[in-house]
Ligand binder design. Structure first.
Ligand SMILES: Cc1ncc(COP(=O)(O)O)c(C=O)c1O
Length: 399
């Protein structure tokens, strides 16, 4: 994907994120082939909301998972119609809910109170709101690097809240059209067994709603597909897909032909992480005893994940400029330009010199979007999507 020669050929001014659109399309294709053409595939905008990337997504995925007004605006600008969006997130404001109901974006509700509010907006607007119940898994799923359920988490309806939500639905057929259910267990799952456990529970939770007398047209079985990190393998999606499909087919077959639900996957990281690199240049070097330090022109303000504070970090790779020769022996600590020791971005073999380049691979997901971009007033990073030839530089258009 990003062999060193390809990294060395990226002669953009740094710091810069470079994304490979062909790799994104390849991932989408891999998921579709594994899960079959019937699966609906959403891209979770939170993973990377770059406008050009959403433009690519508009041509290859069925829709977007959005979580805020900003993401709704980005989806709108990329040409996604409201019925291709799904709004989820624990802290939706009144303005956001009202906008979703007004424009016809289905809402994943996370509390009974939110459902009551949605019914209120629908009545006030003279519309029926489309709703999914976001159901919380009963137990945290350990196969996921970050788990999104448990007594201190605000995500989704637990068993008691689900009963309350169903009562609200029974009383509001004029205002609410229940589209289905949504179960998201967490992110960074690399185990087929672990993900199948999540799927089994998601379908159990869906079945309980169906048994309560509600037809489900859509079951969003979440995502959280993991990528490789520090010597571990990525989730084997090609092997997972057919297994998951058998389970989904069995579940669908239990419903009458006309009432068969469609299944939805919502993926962020898996579609874009490996497609992106963050490229930096060494500004200064220092040697302190046995320690070599390189200060880069990019850092944690653009790629917080490289600090390791968010879990496994995007690994750095030294990219000597062509003609420079190989690196001197040693080991170099990588520091960004921020005035904090938190801006330590790992260490690499070799002794770097001023002007050498360092690339952080697997930087396509939760990169700039999950970083303190305003800290110390450094400029936002440039971002380039290699999807056409020649590739234009997209100046920091995100904010
Ligand atoms: C509701 C929801 N859907 C989808 C995603 C994307 O997850 P991932 O990037 O692991 O695929 C997230 C991530 O937090 C999420 O909260």
């Amino acid at each position: 994907m990003w062999p060193t020669e390809r990294l060395a050929a990226l002669d953009y001014p740094t710091p810069v994120f470079v994304y490979d659109g062909a790799e994104v399309r390849r991932r989408v294709d891999l998921v579709r082939r594994a899960f079959g053409s019937e699966i609906r595939l959403l891209y979770a905008v939170k993973a990377n909301p770059l406008p050009a990337l959403l433009g690519t997504m508009a041509t290859v995925v069925d829709g977007l998972d959005v979580a805020s007004e900003g993401e709704m605006n980005a989806a709108d600008a990329a040409g996604f119609a409201p019925d291709r969006l799904r709004l989820a997130g624990p802290g939706k404001t009144a303005a956001l809910l009202e906008r979703a109901v007004r424009s016809g974006v289905p809402v994943s509700v996370e509390t009974p109170g939110e459902l009551t509010d949605v019914a209120g907006y629908a009545r006030a607007l003279g519309r029926r709101a489309q709703v999914l119940l976001r159901l919380e898994p009963r137990e945290p799923r350990r196969a996921f690097g970050v788990q999104m359920s448990g007594p201190t988490h605000p995500f989704g309806l637990d068993a008691e809240e689900t009963v309350a939500a169903l009562d609200i639905l029974r009383a509001a057929p004029d205002a609410i059209d229940l589209l289905g259910v949504h179960v998201y267990s967490g992110t960074q799952c690399r185990s087929i067994r672990g993900w199948m456990g999540h799927l089994a529970e998601a379908l159990d939770l869906a079945e309980a709603v169906r048994r309560a007398g509600f037809a489900l047209r859509e079951i969003n079985v979440g995502g959280g597909f993991g990528v490789a990190h520090s010597g571990t393998e990525a989730l084997d999606v090609a092997a997972l897909g057919p297994r998951a499909r058998r389970t989904l087919d069995r579940f669908a077959a239990a419903a009458a032909e006309a009432a068969r639900p469609r299944f939805v996957l919502e993926l962020g990281r898996y579609l874009v992480a490996d497609a992106g690199v963050y490229l930096t240049t060494v500004l200064r070097t220092k040697t302190r005893g046995a320690h070599h330090i390189a200060v880069l022109d990019g850092g944690a303000h653009h790629l917080w994940a490289a600090t390791g504070q968010l879990g496994p970090s995007p690994p750095p790779v030294a990219v000597s400029p062509p003609g420079r020769g190989s690196l001197a022996p040693g080991r170099t600590h990588l520091m960004g330009p921020l005035c904090t020791p938190l801006d330590h971005l790992g260490a690499i073999a070799g002794r770097l010199r001023q002007g050498d380049r360092v690339a952080f691979i697997q930087a396509g997901a939760y990169g700039a979007t999950l970083s303190p971009l305003r800290f110390l007033g450094h400029p936002a990073p440039r971002e380039v999507l290699l999807d056409r030839d020649p590739a234009p530089i997209e100046p920091a258009a995100r904010r």
